[in-house]
Design a protein. Structure first.
Length: 145
């Protein structure tokens, strides 16, 4: 089912709208994605380049001789991955979508660098942000200021 989805960076400087045709996404475990996101994997949604409309283009970093990554220079949010060879596709970071709940991981890439202990964390203790009182206190303090 085709749907228009929106997203952007944490500070709101860079925003996009994209036509998404399905709910497939993937996890890239390659070392470059790990370094680019600061995580153990990058969650990515591949889309057609011409399906993306930017209110402001991201800044770009040539992360290798064959690819570049879009990000917000103001807040640092990673936004895209794309090859430099004129590919008609690009990848958007799942976390940059305003509501990524529609997207589902359907594949892994860069498996040679995966960290198995981080993939199935179902049995770890769960704590909601609003249940962690020190954090709640910090938000209440700035709200009341």
């Amino acid at each position: 089912m085709s749907e228009r989805m929106t997203g952007g960076c944490q500070c709101g400087r860079v925003r996009y709208s994209v036509q998404v045709d399905d709910d497939t996404a993937y996890l890239c475990h390659c070392r470059m994605c790990q370094r680019a996101t600061g995580g153990v994997a990058a969650a990515l949604k591949q889309v057609a380049r011409d399906a993306v409309t930017w209110t402001r283009e991201p800044d770009y970093h040539a992360s290798s001789p064959i690819a570049e990554r879009g990000f917000c220079a103001a807040c640092g949010t990673p936004l895209t991955f794309r090859y430099l060879d004129g590919s008609t596709k690009l990848d958007l970071t799942v976390g940059s979508f305003d509501d990524p709940s529609r997207l589902r991981p359907t594949a892994h890439f860069g498996w040679e660098s995966h960290h198995a202990a981080w993939l199935d964390t179902t049995d770890l203790p769960h704590l909601r942000s609003d249940e962690y009182q020190p954090l709640v206190d910090k938000w209440e303090k700035v709200r009341d200021a």
